[in-house]
Design a protein. Structure first.
Length: 89
């Protein structure tokens, strides 16, 4: 997994925030300051942000019977999105 995506999955940071953390040298991977957002990290790597170990959230899957009047896209000008039905944290 790319380092920037790993940070997003481990924190509440957006992709832009994750890249900024890497550029500010706030991320350490296996004891070495990370400098590349596209660097690959694996489950056996230790990724730290300001001295705290990051662990990614597990994936979540949702099964939903989509109403006919809604679309599956997350953005549409004309029709409501099925994603509006999900109340997830």
């Amino acid at each position: 997994m790319r380092l920037d995506k790993f940070i997003c999955k481990s924190t509440e940071c957006s992709l832009a925030d994750a890249i900024a953390l890497i550029e500010n040298r706030s991320i350490v991977v296996n004891g070495i300051v990370a400098i590349g957002a596209l660097d690959q990290v694996h489950k056996n790597n230790v990724v730290m942000l300001d001295g705290k170990i990051l662990t990614p959230r597990s994936s979540r899957y949702f099964l939903l019977n989509k109403p006919v009047v809604m679309i599956c896209s997350n953005v549409d000008e004309e029709y409501p999105s099925v994603l509006n039905l999900l109340d997830v944290d």
